[in-house]
Design a protein around this ligand. Structure first.
Ligand SMILES: *Cc1c(COP(=O)(O)O)cnc(C)c1O
Length: 455
């Protein structure tokens, strides 16, 4: 069959409304032209993030009723721990309320001021947690990832030459190496098993631990199965296990491939690390058998992690992204190609070549999508990833992307057809779009709360 159907039917519905264009213009102005500050109910299709926005299955809802809310040593904890241990192969498991809590504990326990942490690309919260303890979070994506049109199967890979160079020059200052699967920042792009193996070999050579940011490990496993030689006959679980086997620790947001609405974990093999994590976990999150989560969350996650590794689910998930990408190709709309696993990343630099990077073409495109059709997307460009030099001058990000993140199991094909129609309309008017200036910003993670004004 050519038609890949959603491998589920809908049992509970949630109404959505499209408010008028006039209302949208007014709402966006009230939100200081930052879509993070809009009310969700004013967004018709919310593609802001795939984080915690997924729909749970009947099995997950049923499991939630089995939640054991005991403070210590609950049944739900044991179910969670067993699944996480089975997939990750790591003996020490710590539940956290989100991925960033796991990152914060890792950073505070292991990383000191002045240290350097290499990664294919740090996610924004990972970077913020490392910078908060005074470390330098360095991105080392492969060169192919910088060309948004290059057809390369594993654009999430790490630049091995740059990693070697950095390890040779700064071995003493590097507490561990990280690798993010899939690489969210670089376009939701997959990382090959071969690349992870090479990173592992470099870590061995320089005696450094490897930490995996595993948020989308199941989507990555699907890409490995499809695109990398030798994996076609392996199950997604086996592929995931093979990947984790190369790491010493991992952080994860279970709001992604945990198919849950909240949750995270930190896992490791080293007992010394585990002892320090446990102490801080108790201080920040809670007792080690629940972390920052309710028993019912632990249950939903234990089921969700397994469902994320079902092939039928991944086939449908990737088919949605592929369908969208094909329509963009037909319309000539520039995006990061080939598409990644959880989102489409529009290339705002190519979409709006007349807008200067420091007038934020990504913000211009995000706002146009909201004004035209009530669609909420997010900028991954100079607002999110720009930095400042010693003299306080703003340095733009090398890429100006706009992410249309696909919540898991939430929207149907007609929702995506609507998004495509809006996108085509915005593309037709692109020469009339204008840039924005920032009028107010906080020192960290500015994209969440900063305010804009049209140029
Ligand atoms: C979402 C995400 C995080 C942070 O997780 P939260 O649950 O949002 O705190 C870290 N790394 C990557 C790659 C992510 O996508």
């Amino acid at each position: 069959m050519n038609t890949i159907i959603e491998p589920f039917r809908i049992k509970v519905t949630e109404p959505i409304h499209i408010i008028s264009a006039e209302e949208r213009a007014q709402k966006l102005k009230q939100a200081h032209w930052n879509v993070f500050l809009l009310d969700a109910e004013d967004c018709a299709i919310d593609l802001l993030t795939d984080s915690g926005t997924g729909a749970m299955s009947t099995h997950q809802w049923a499991a939630m009723m089995m939640g054991d809310e005991s403070y210590a040593g609950s049944r739900s904890w044991k179910r969670f721990r067993d699944v996480v241990q089975d997939i990750s192969g790591m003996p020490f498991v710590f539940p956290t309320h989100q991925g960033r809590a796991a990152e914060g504990i890792l950073a505070e326990c292991i990383v000191k001021s002045g240290m350097i942490v290499p990664n294919n690309s740090h996610f924004d919260t990972t970077r913020a947690n490392l910078e908060y303890v005074g470390a330098d979070a360095r991105n080392m994506p492969c060169t192919e990832s910088m060309d948004t049109a290059a057809q390369y199967p594993f654009k999430g890979n790490m630049d091995l030459n740059l990693l070697r160079e950095t390890l040779e020059q700064h071995a003493a200052e590097i507490p561990f190496v990280m690798i993010t699967v899939t690489n969210n920042t670089g376009g939701g792009q997959p990382v090959s098993m071969a690349n992870i193996r090479s990173v592992r070999a470099l870590c061995d050579e320089f005696e450094k631990p490897l930490v995996i940011d595993a948020c989308r490990f199941a989507e990555n496993a699907w890409f490995v199965k499809q695109r990398e030689q030798g994996f076609a006959d392996k199950s997604l679980t086996e592929i995931a296990q093979e990947m984790f086997a190369m790491a010493d620790a991992a952080t994860m947001s279970l709001k992604k491939d945990g198919l849950a609405n909240i949750g995270g974990f930190l896992v490791c093999r080293n007992e010394e690390w585990a002892d320090s994590f446990r102490n801080l976990l108790i201080l920040r999150e809670g007792f080690p058998t629940y972390g920052g989560l309710a028993g019912r969350d632990l249950e939903a996650i234990a089921v969700g992690l397994r469902e994320a590794l079902e092939e039928e689910y991944q086939r449908y998930r990737h088919a949605t992204v592929q369908y969208f990408a094909k329509q963009l190709d037909a319309a000539g709309i520039p995006y990061m190609s080939p598409a990644g696993g959880h989102a489409i990343f529009l290339d705002a630099k190519k979409f709006l070549p007349h807008i200067d990077s420091l007038q934020y073409p990504g913000i211009s495109l995000v706002n146009a999508l909201y004004l035209e059709g009530g669609i909420r997307a997010v900028e991954l460009g100079s607002v999110m990833f720009g930095s400042f030099d010693k003299d306080g001058r703003e340095i733009p990000s090398p890429l100006e992307l706009v992410r249309l993140a696909f919540p898991r199991r939430v929207y149907t094909q007609s929702h995506f057809d609507y998004v495509l129609e809006v996108l085509k309309r915005v593309y037709d008017q692109r020469s009339t779009l204008q840039g924005y200036n920032i009028t107010k910003q906080p020192p960290f993670l500015r994209h969440f709360t900063c305010e804009f004004e049209p140029v």
